[in-house]
Write a protein that binds this ligand. Structure first.
Ligand SMILES: *[C@@H]1O[C@H](CO)[C@@H](O)[C@H](O)[C@H]1NC(C)=O
Ligand SMILES: *[C@@H]1O[C@H](CO)[C@@H](O)[C@H](O)[C@H]1NC(C)=O
Ligand SMILES: *[C@@H]1O[C@H](CO)[C@@H](O)[C@H](O)[C@H]1NC(C)=O
Ligand SMILES: *[C@@H]1O[C@H](CO)[C@@H](O)[C@H](O)[C@H]1NC(C)=O
Ligand SMILES: *[C@@H]1O[C@H](CO)[C@@H](O)[C@H](O)[C@H]1NC(C)=O
Ligand SMILES: *[C@@H]1O[C@H](CO)[C@@H](O)[C@H](O)[C@H]1NC(C)=O
Ligand SMILES: *[C@@H]1O[C@H](CO)[C@@H](O)[C@H](O)[C@H]1NC(C)=O
Ligand SMILES: *[C@@H]1O[C@H](CO)[C@@H](O)[C@H](O)[C@H]1NC(C)=O
Ligand SMILES: *[C@@H]1O[C@H](CO)[C@@H](O)[C@H](O)[C@H]1NC(C)=O
Ligand SMILES: *[C@@H]1O[C@H](CO)[C@@H](O)[C@H](O)[C@H]1NC(C)=O
Ligand SMILES: *[C@@H]1O[C@H](CO)[C@@H](O)[C@H](O)[C@H]1NC(C)=O
Ligand SMILES: *[C@@H]1O[C@H](CO)[C@@H](O)[C@H](O)[C@H]1NC(C)=O
Length: 619
């Protein structure tokens, strides 16, 4: 049937992110069919069934061994009908009951419970407008669920130690007689006091927190999140900032999430296919997206995001209880701004902006500008030496007849910049390079009801700092591969019901390197792979039967930690769970906690605000 919309149109998400304010819930689900699993339809919860614990497989946070944290509950809230309302606010002060004012680790903990029927909801946590966490809620069951997210927020230490601030949480939830789930949430910060002998060595992850973090987000008061909303490729979101004139390093940390027509951007078809088949309401613009970051209108870096699938995405049964990679703690992306500092140290306002190539509504984007300040001078100076950003190199080969066809998209980009900054640490020249390669192969068959997507993003970046009066180069490098595979097919079962068969593979591979030839280097390697198989029979908008299974292997090997987990779930049950504890380190690090000195900017710093830097020795 040519009039049958292709599968990508029917691609169900239980994510409910309506851009327009909602006054009535009657038309909530018109945008895209959304299905709720059968389990949610039980009207009488079986009280003897314990709640299910959901989790994302990830390595544990490397905590100091000998100290117990000062824990500080900052928010306890029930998120009921919060959609289109202002974020929930809470006053924030660093803990006053701690014996120490110096901390080696700070951890944010989000704990939540929910019962009933509800969609997955995106949410954000901000402190003073600085985003600390972007996440997605788990979908509840009638018997109840619980989950927690722990995130190392030590990089925000300077902010977390400031008094008299406002914490904001936006989680747009809708509650009515059908969607009954209320999210009960506790948000706690754990401050681990600094102890000389307990300093946790974080290897390649160990970065000295910035002295100042400026929010590049929307200001309160708002009736939604503090993120900018980007609705199409010409939409530009921006903020003016003044950068302190004694900054010597700047890193922009960008948070992104994609929703509605772009929730599954990697499976979107090209517009020629939509036009040729007279399709309506099918998300298009092809499968490539990129977030572009500009400073005063000039591109300084790009983000080709990881394909996070939210807890209701593709087939919600796949994500119970093991959720998709990144779904509980969406990755943020760092762009080194240091080479451009020379242009923005004039004390005037400068514009940081974001646009998204090929965007359909809607992308939620904001950022934090991490700044390191020279405490020994009022002014630093600098100059941009080089800036090369060539246009995207795009190749698209398509061949389709009606709703069947094949589409191959490959794209590359390279951005290079270099600049010097002179501070009391000397005249340091920093180079920043990003190299991207994207390939997406898409097959449509079964007259548009079958879709196979095989996508890889390769991304290398490097920051090289040249020390003055020496041939030393200190480097931070990473090599990433984001892979996504999906097979999905829909079969009409008659009687208004359809069978959906879906396989999904999500992969994240990341190698990191930090150091220099003289001082040695630290490395880490992460391989995280999820394979999922699901089927479900959908009648109207309800899943009447179905099964989801997931197998995941998570391997991390670094100088700081070695962690291995091999786990599998099916039909809400864990089938096996091997590893899960720290494995033997491949080699004992010989840098110990003196590793800080490997990054030249931080070699001689001593901070009064935090004990984090106390043991960094003078180079
Ligand atoms: C939040 O904390 C309160 C008080 O400690 C506790 O009763 C409640 O169960 C907690 N809720 C969650 C979701 O952890
Ligand atoms: C806290 O901040 C608010 C607004 O920024 C200000 O009005 C108030 O005086 C501050 N309180 C203290 C104790 O500093
Ligand atoms: C893109 O989105 C912006 C913001 O909603 C809107 O003003 C503009 O008209 C849109 N442009 C196009 C071409 O749709
Ligand atoms: C699309 O619409 C045009 C104009 O109404 C029509 O000529 C064409 O046959 C339609 N194509 C398909 C595939 O339905
Ligand atoms: C996004 O911004 C960059 C740099 O500011 C610009 O070169 C590019 O054309 C913009 N993208 C779109 C689709 O407008
Ligand atoms: C396009 O697809 C059709 C049908 O599969 C095939 O016969 C044809 O050879 C393909 N053309 C090219 C250029 O690949
Ligand atoms: C800093 O070093 C760069 C590159 O070597 C040089 O071009 C620049 O003049 C130096 N700046 C100062 C103030 O010495
Ligand atoms: C990333 O670096 C590796 C190793 O040098 C290289 O093989 C690969 O082609 C690079 N990828 C990109 C996208 O530049
Ligand atoms: C599309 O492919 C299916 C098999 O996947 C085939 O049955 C159907 O005839 C094809 N349609 C067209 C228009 O070629
Ligand atoms: C079709 O659906 C109706 C209503 O749900 C049901 O009563 C009937 O038994 C179904 N018929 C078949 C053949 O499944
Ligand atoms: C889907 O996964 C199942 C189970 O691993 C496998 O047997 C099947 O071949 C896969 N199908 C596709 C099209 O990838
Ligand atoms: C899933 O588990 C439930 C019990 O928890 C069982 O009733 C159901 O038959 C199982 N489904 C499948 C497809 O195995």
């Amino acid at each position: 049937m040519a009039s049958t919309p292709p599968f990508s149109l029917l691609f169900f998400s239980l994510s409910l992110l309506l851009h327009q304010p909602v006054f009535s819930t009657a038309n909530l689900h018109s945008l895209r069919p959304e299905f709720l699993p059968q389990q949610l339809r039980q009207t009488t919860p079986q009280n003897d069934t314990p709640p299910t614990g959901y989790f994302e497989v990830t390595k544990p946070i490397n905590l100091p061994k000998t100290t117990t944290p000062c824990s500080h509950l900052v928010l306890a809230h029930d998120f009921a009908f919060t959609y289109g309302k202002p974020p929930v606010l809470a006053p924030y002060d660093p803990p006053s009951h701690c014996p120490s004012r110096k901390f080696s680790k700070i951890v944010l903990e989000w704990r939540a419970t929910c019962r009933g029927r509800q969609f997955d909801r995106i949410f954000g946590v901000w402190l003073g407008g600085v985003e600390l966490l972007r996440s997605c809620t788990a979908e509840p069951r009638s018997t109840g669920i619980f989950w927690s997210v722990k995130k190392d927020v030590t990089r925000y230490s300077s902010l977390l130690l400031k008094k008299n601030q406002t914490l904001a949480v936006y989680l747009g939830n809708l509650v009515d007689s059908t969607y009954t789930g209320v999210y009960h949430v506790n948000l706690t910060f754990h401050f681990y006091p600094f102890e000389e002998k307990s300093k946790a060595f974080d290897g390649v992850e160990d970065n000295i927190p910035a002295d100042l973090i400026l929010p590049i987000s929307r200001n309160l008061p708002l009736n939604d999140g503090l993120w900018f909303e980007i609705e199409n490729s010409t939409d530009l979101s921006l903020k003016e900032v003044k950068i302190p004139q004694n900054a010597y390093r700047a890193v922009l940390e960008v948070y992104v999430s994609f929703h509605e027509n772009d929730e599954f951007w990697y499976s979107n078809v090209i517009n020629e296919y939509i036009d040729a088949n007279n399709l309506t309401n099918t998300p298009g613009n092809g499968p490539f997206r990129e977030v572009v970051v500009s400073l005063d209108g000039e591109l300084v870096g790009a983000i080709w995001p990881f394909t996070v699938i939210y807890t209701g995405g593709v087939n919600p049964l796949l994500w119970r209880p093991i959720t998709g990679i990144g779904s509980f703690n969406l990755p943020s992306y760092d762009i080194e701004i240091t080479p451009f500092l020379g242009r923005v140290l004039d004390g005037k306002s400068h514009e940081i902006s974001f646009n998204v190539t090929n965007a359909l509504n809607v992308w939620y984007v904001d950022a934090n500008l991490h700044l390191w300040l020279d405490e020994k001078s009022l002014r630093t100076e600098g100059e941009v030496l080089k800036h090369v950003s060539l246009p995207l190199v795009v190749s698209l080969v398509s061949n389709f007849t009606g709703l069947n066809g094949t589409f191959l998209t490959s794209i590359s980009r390279s951005v290079k910049s270099a600049g010097w900054v002179k501070s009391s640490y000397g005249n340091i020249t920093t180079g920043f390079t990003q190299d991207f390669y994207f390939s997406n192969s898409m097959v449509m068959g079964n007259n548009g009801d079958m879709q196979i997507v095989d996508q890889s993003i390769y991304f290398n970046d490097s920051v090289d700092a040249n020390l003055p009066h020496s041939s030393q180069v200190h480097s931070l490098r990473s090599q990433k591969k984001f892979s996504f595979y999906m097979y999905s097919n829909v079969f009409d079962q008659g009687n208004e019901s359809s069978l959906y068969i879906t396989n999904v593979t999500l992969g994240l591979h990341e190698k990191k390197f930090k150091g220099s030839s003289r001082l040695g280097f630290a490395t880490s390697n992460l391989e995280n792979l999820q394979r999922c198989q699901g089927n479900m029979v959908v009648k109207k908008n309800l899943v009447v039967s179905g099964l989801g299974s997931t197998q995941q292997v998570y391997k991390y090997n670094g100088d700081d930690l070695c962690y291995l987990r091999n786990i599998s779930s099916s039909n809400y049950t864990i089938l096996y769970d091997h590893g899960g504890s720290q494995c033997r380190k491949k080699a004992e690090s010989h840098f110990g906690f003196g590793f800080h000195k490997l990054w030249p900017f931080h070699a001689r710093r001593v901070s009064l605000a935090s004990g984090l830097l106390e043991n960094s020795k003078r180079d």
